[in-house]
Design a protein around this ligand. Structure first.
Ligand code: IVH
Length: 674
């Protein structure tokens, strides 16, 4: 291919993938299989790596995240992000309507929209490109979270061709679909990571993450619902038309929006969605009612806190009464005890509810639950049923309060509760059956050591038969052929298959082994970060809590839990045995061959094309020797690694700030200089 052909190929692939993204994430129309999409994306990635001079800075390959920022910058909003006045009643809505009529008369229309339950975001576009994304913050200023927002596929990084103004701001709501929430929360629960109470918390927790590569793994969506720009009325006269139009620029606008002339039509819209919301794939907590015409919005103006031209009508959470039969206490693999309320089955928001989580002892005490109480149950965030109170009028005369048990319901050991934590734990890690079995089941899981031919039930049977007592025993099973052959429903073929699966699992990389150990609060991502940082289990075991806490996105609680696990002599012994069986307890040799701390404390930016290395390889080289990559040129930058064909503006900026420019060889010299 000639250079011109390559440039064209990159352009065409970029446009094609942007089109698929738009069709899929905005219009929910899948034109290509995931597999073919990934193939094309990989092809584009490879071309961009080879010919970075033709890469579009807003290419679809940029949506995978990766820029790690240590702290978000805050920025003032050009137009403050106000909240809306709330109402729960028809009367108040009637008053709102009356106030409007007094100011602008009777000639106006409303636009009714769904009130999405997520977090609001302000997006600024310049010349068709997404320049920045800022959270609401305190309404006056918010966090700049552009890198994280760029991972959301339904937000265009580059607009489709159109008549958009050169600069404008558009606001909307970031949210997580219910299905993604349930799936990801389940995964977190299985990994003993903290779960989120509802999709909104999950979405906002995600946007606040420092590592945009992690954000990219959590599917978020965004509906846009308001446009701001200078001289807006030259473009549109009303809100409805602006929404219709921004769709053509590539924005995701919710289709369930209605123009209403009469308040009665507004009420009808509210009633319809109060029921129908349960069938939506995302959560809404009400309806937003806006005066359509921009000139009329201006006439109505604002109070100190809210616009006078809009209001939100909030749905009452659906609530039912039922009897609390018993409370059971479930012990998880990490020993965490979760109380669960067993209810008299009751229909709520379209499903039968039999159980509700009570979270922890504080919740039981706060609700002051008594035997046989009649409780109010709500669907918190429409998904997880929650007990929100007790109907005291129906309390039975001689009933007694539920008392949180002192000892483990499974093994009788006295429960402990760490300072500052709400959860009780059973400390009998090596003697409490659900913990022992749960830990082994976690270890063999698909995302952990992925042992073929061995399932949860097998683990349970082997435990009951005394063949397995802990994760190390799994690797000793090959020496118990006879005992295995005596088990019912376990033919030689299954045994061979399982033993082969166990053998094969020894190839799993260190980060997987670390994750599989089942250390409390250490999920897949945290395990990866720890493995990459400490390189081997010994370095991790020797690190102080402070050093562990120094790793990106790792907090005190996780650091303490890792320390406690590795300080335990039982675990130390298990780790020695696993090492003797040949499991990988350090990252692969080739990955660390060049590793040193020689670039520690230094920051780098790579620009241009290089003779011997790709930019990714150079970045890897820098990071594996302790250096840190920055995403833009600023006074904080120590070295600009400059190749051929570097952009003139970058060159000028670096020269202006007096940042030293080095080539590939200089970088290698710097690494080897000590
Ligand atoms: S309009 C001044 N439309 O509700 C106009 N807001 O309390 C402000 N929200 O902060 C926003 N769905 O986060 C608007 N269709 C919708 C909305 C919506 C959800 C949120 C938004 C805002 C809050 C208002």
């Amino acid at each position: 291919m000639s250079v011109m052909d390559i440039e064209k190929k990159i352009k065409d692939l970029t446009a094609e993938l942007n089109h698929y993204n738009y069709q899929y994430y905005v219009l929910a129309d899948s034109l290509i299989s995931d597999y073919d999409f990934d193939l094309k994306l990989k092809e584009l990635e490879a071309l961009e790596r080879q010919y970075p001079e033709f890469a579009d800075p807003n290419s679809p390959t940029q949506r995978v995240g990766g820029d790690i920022t240590s702290k978000f910058k805050t920025e003032k909003h050009r137009w403050p992000m106000l909240s809306l006045g709330n109402t729960y009643s028809q009367e108040e809505l009637f008053d709102f309507d009356q106030r409007i009529r007094k100011i602008i008369g009777d000639q106006f229309e409303y636009v009714c929209e769904l009130k999405f339950d997520g977090l609001s975001i302000s997006l600024t576009y310049e010349n068709g490109l997404l320049k920045k994304a800022v959270t609401r913050g305190d309404g006056t200023q918010g966090d700049v979270v552009t890198n994280n927002i760029k991972t959301i596929r339904s937000i265009p990084i580059r607009l489709k061709e159109g008549d958009y103004p050169s600069q404008f701001e558009i606001r909307g709501e970031i949210f997580m679909h219910k299905s993604a929430f349930l799936r990801l929360n389940k995964e977190r629960e299985e990994n003993a990571e903290q779960t989120y109470a509802n999709p909104r918390n999950f979405a906002s927790g995600t946007i606040k993450l420092q590592d945009s590569a992690e954000v990219a793994k959590r599917p978020l969506d965004c509906f846009l619902y308001f446009l701001y720009c200078d001289n807006r009325t030259n473009l549109f006269h009303d809100h409805w038309n602006s929404l219709e139009h921004v769709k053509s620029w590539g924005f995701h606008v919710c289709e369930h929006t209605k123009k209403c002339n009469l308040l009665a039509d507004v009420f009808e819209f509210i009633d319809y969605w109060d029921t129908e919301r349960h069938n939506l794939g995302y959560e809404i907590d009400g309806i937003v009612i806006k005066v359509n015409d921009y000139a009329q919005q201006e006439d109505l103006g604002f109070t100190a806190k809210n616009p006078r031209w809009a209001i939100s009508y909030k749905f009452k959470a659906e609530r039912v009464e039922t009897t609390l039969n018993t409370i059971s206490y479930q012990v998880g693999r990490t020993g965490a005890v979760t109380p669960v309320a067993n209810l008299q089955p009751v229909l709520l928001a379209g499903t039968t509810v039999k159980r509700a989580s009570l979270h922890n002892a504080n919740e039981i005490a706060r609700l002051d639950l008594h035997q046989g109480d009649t409780v109010y149950v709500e669907k918190g965030g429409e998904i997880i049923p929650k007990i929100i109170g007790v109907n005291l009028e129906k309390r039975l005369p001689d009933t007694t309060a539920f008392i949180y048990p002192n000892s483990c319901p499974e093994c009788g050991t006295t429960l402990i509760r760490q300072e500052g934590e709400a959860v009780h734990y059973c400390p009998n890690e090596t003697g409490c059956p659900p913990q022992i079995v749960g830990k082994m089941q976690h270890f063999i899981g698909r995302k952990m050591m992925d042992i073929e031919g061995m399932g949860d039930e097998t683990v349970e049977t082997f435990f009951k038969k005394g063949l397995l007592h802990n994760i190390v025993d799994i690797y000793g099973l090959k020496d118990h052929q006879e005992a295995l052959q005596q088990l019912d429903r376990f033919g030689q073929k299954s045994i061979d298959n399982m033993l082969a699966g166990i053998e094969k699992s020894k190839e799993k990389p260190f980060e997987k082994v670390l994750f599989s150990l089942g250390i409390r609060h250490v999920g897949e991502t945290i395990a990866k970060k720890l493995a990459q940082h400490f390189k081997n289990i010994d370095a991790l075991a020797q690190a102080s809590t402070e050093e562990i806490e120094g790793v990106q996105d790792i907090g005190r609680r996780i650091a303490e839990s890792v320390k406690e696990y590795l300080d335990n002599p039982i675990h130390q012994q298990q780790i020695i045995s696993l090492r003797n069986y040949g499991l990988k307890l350090e990252i692969e040799e080739r990955e660390i061959i060049l590793a040193s701390e020689n670039l520690s404390g230094k920051t780098f930016l790579i620009s241009g094309v290089f003779a011997d290395y790709s930019r990714e390889q150079l970045a890897e080289l820098i990071e594996s020797n302790g250096g840190k990559m920055l995403s833009s040129i600023s006074a904080k930058l120590n070295y600009l690694v400059a190749g051929d064909k570097m952009g003139p503006s970058k060159l000028a900026k670096a020269e202006k700030l007096g940042i030293p420019m080095i080539n590939e060889q200089d970088l290698l010299d710097l690494i080897h200089s000590k």
